[in-house]
Design a protein around this ligand. Structure first.
Ligand code: NAP
Length: 285
């Protein structure tokens, strides 16, 4: 039976640490603040926003939601995002994506100042992550994966790390973060041959494919650590979520595994606050 790596203890420890940092900033009359930009009211966005607000409240930092109608035009939205960008009270910006189709998302993302880009929405932010510039912020989920590995004392240096999925929001940045810590990284995708065999070679397997329960028993071996990033509707239980890993098949085989829900996903809003506080500290050394 595998050790279950839950997200809550990781998030709780992080929140305790962050509350102290917020206190220290407040003692210097600085209030760290997260700005949340949302167009429309998609249920998933509202759910994540609710979690982010709760985390901000728990650690004593501020937040402000900048909400815009679904039919906002490009010019008005550009003006709005520029305004949030230059707002001196906002230290970190989360903007929900994808934006409605009529908006030019690439152009809008570029309006977020890199120093406030705490979820890696800009090309400048991504460049910093890929160049190991520690003033840049990876997307929150890859950071959450790394925070899980650190909290549970899982060695990375010299280990075979296989990342399943090459998106700019999870796969590529988490590969870079593993590489930064001297993992030997293989990045897999939909064209990878002998995928299950490649995954079986891993010491650490990170699954970020967006396919419910795709990672089966033949993808894993004894001794592995499996981090499941997937959030998918469970085909067997409509209305419930499941990961990219078939937990029932994989858990009896491997050494450690994150559950879904209650795994990586429980850590991301704490990471969002952590990165916003870091942005604030960089501005006020
Ligand atoms: P994405 O943009 O759809 O990327 C999926 C990646 O998986 C792509 O690189 C794709 O390969 C690869 N892939 C798809 N099917 C495959 C297959 N059959 N075999 C091998 N590779 C395959 O997804 P994402 O945004 O990275 O998200 C991945 C998962 O993480 C989703 O379940 C998402 O909901 C979840 N997620 C969770 C959090 C969190 O906080 N826990 C945050 C973000 C995302 P190609 O590039 O070749 O197409």
């Amino acid at each position: 039976m595998a050790e279950i790596l839950k997200g809550k203890p990781v998030a709780d420890a992080m929140k305790e640490e962050l509350a102290k940092k917020v206190e220290a900033l407040k003692a210097r009359d600085i209030m760290p603040k997260l700005g949340i930009i949302r167009v429309g009211a998609r249920p998933d966005d509202l759910f994540y926003e609710g979690g982010a607000k709760k985390t901000c409240e728990a650690i004593g930092m501020a937040y402000e939601v900048f909400e815009y109608p679904e039919d906002i035009n490009q010019a008005d939205f550009e003006k709005a995002v520029t305004g949030v960008g230059v707002n001196p009270s906002v230290h970190g910006i989360l903007m929900f994506a994808p934006l409605p189709k009529h908006l030019d998302e690439r152009k809008i993302r570029a309006l977020i100042p890199v120093e406030k880009d705490v979820d890696c929405l800009t090309l400048g932010g991504a460049a910093k992550v890929f160049a190991d510039d520690l003033t840049g912020f990876p997307p929150c989920t890859p950071t959450a994966c790394m925070d899980m590995l650190h909290f549970y004392n899982i060695p990375i240096k010299g280990k075979r790390c296989v990342v399943l999925g090459r998106s700019l929001v999870v796969g590529k940045p988490v590969a870079m973060l593993l590489l930064r810590e001297h993992g030997t990284v293989t990045l897999c995708h939909s064209r990878t041959e002998n995928l299950n065999q490649v995954c079986r070679e891993a010491d650490i397997l990170i699954a970020a494919v967006g396919r419910a329960k795709m990672v089966k028993a033949d993808f894993v071996k004894a001794g592995q650590v499996v981090i499941d990033v997937g959030i998918n509707e469970d085909p067997a239980n409509p209305g419930k979520y499941c990961g990219d890993v078939d937990f029932a098949e994989v858990e009896p085989i491997v050494a450690k595994i994150t559950p879904v829900p209650a795994g990586v996903g429980s850590v991301t809003t704490s990471v969002l606050c952590k990165q916003t506080i870091m942005a604030c500290e960089l501005l006020h050394p």
